[in-house]
Ligand binder design. Sequence first.
Ligand SMILES: Cc1ncc(COP(=O)(O)O)c(CN[C@@H]2CONC2=O)c1O
Length: 500
Amino acid sequence: SSTPVLDLLSSMPSANPPAAPPLSLDTINPKVLKCEYAVRGEIVTLAQRLQQELLAKPGSHPFDEILYCNIGNPQSLSQLPITFFREVLALCDHPAILDKSETQGLFSADAIERAWQILDQIPGRATGAYSHSQGIKGLRDTIAAGIEARDGFPADPNDIFLTDGASPAVHMMMQLLIRSEKDGILCPIPQYPLYSASIALHGGTLVPYYLDEATGWGLEVSELKKQLDAAKSNGITVRALVVINPGNPTGQVLAEENQRGIVEFCKKEGLVLLADEVYQENVYVPEKTFHSFKKISRSMGYGEKDISLVSFQSVSKGYHGECGKRGGYMEVTGFSPDVMEQIYKVASVNLCSNISGQILASLVMSPPKVGDESYESYCAEKDGILSSLARRAKALEDAFDNLEGVSCNKAEGAMYLFPRIHLPQKAIKAAEALKTAPDAFYCHRLLNATGIVVVPGSGFGQVPGTWHFRCTILPQEDKIPAIVSRLTDFHKGFMDEFRD
Ligand SMILES: Cc1ncc(COP(=O)(O)O)c(CN[C@@H]2CONC2=O)c1O
């Protein structure tokens, strides 16, 4: 029966409904409030303010420039992009010049050939069009071939999702895995705070496992088991294990045997292994080699039916450092077809990732080969960047190690150093008086005295009672001596002021 008119009228909104209260911290999603991302936290905000003050009033601070050592953003610190990659990108984005005779003189023959090859894989040769939601199939074929060449085991292009950097891929997996706060994700401590932020945003629980600083940030399977059992006893269902290899902020490169133990652990406990491998090209010590978890698991005889493994890659790191191009992928293996369909559905909500990032991801996984015209120049650029990063890592590691009360593990890989600072009680009390973490207090004082921006260890997590900060190895080599002397002078003054 129809609803009586009176009911309809009473249910009609009144002519002047009360204005909705303006949004406040009390009325936004509490998961957003809980989320934190220290890499661009309040130290960086202060640095940006100081930078404005220096611009407005040169000489207003005891330094003439801000040195951003807080973020792994190589090209913001003058690192040059790889010529071949940029040639291909430019040609793909303006195909009209491909046919011009003068182009032959401006671009390498193999870049022109690669651009044609890529454009032939894009419907309508239009880099301005939406692509397949997993990314252009031809580029996924290239990336799969690159993974196979790296690992020696098959890779399926249909397992690859091209994303706007690794970050959205991580968010997608957290969205898939976390059903409530009762779902936990095992994360390393110290960790890259994308993970703690994403888990918070998706309403899950971060289950910490501590890397062992005394053994060069070793990852002990016994620690994984201990933390897993503790979480279970608190009613948490642990869904996945995050491993960052090479590590951020810790810089360690896992030994193969350690990786095998981790794969066994995930298989035995039924955990999805989330392998963050964005620094796979950043290994600086001869005694370590990067092995993907895909390669390790397959070499143990574990296939699709034995372990669920998601591997993340990015164009932001390595020797290419193309952070702003927002390229990357996740290779999703060991999931059932119907779950893969759900992941595809979520990817399709964002339509597709940006095409430049997709092209770049394919170039990173299939760079110039022996015999290509660009091969020698490509190798010179790549080796030049990586050997310089290795020298900078060593120089800064030695500098930190020479500071009173500071110890610094070797940066075997990645782009960071994470020195431990043994702060005097006087400094800790001074920090407490300011209601700030002791390492944040140190970083603030460092910034105000030298213009050097580093991130407090509390932004990555650390064993309670220990204090660290993270410094990138990215400032150009000619700036390293000035950084070292500024840092050393500051630290001496700080310790003179607060020594117990
Ligand atoms: C371990 C790790 N995973 C994923 C990402 C995300 O990379 P995308 O650019 O591909 O999204 C980063 C970025 N590194 C951050 C950014 O700079 N400094 C850092 O610690 C990272 O360090």
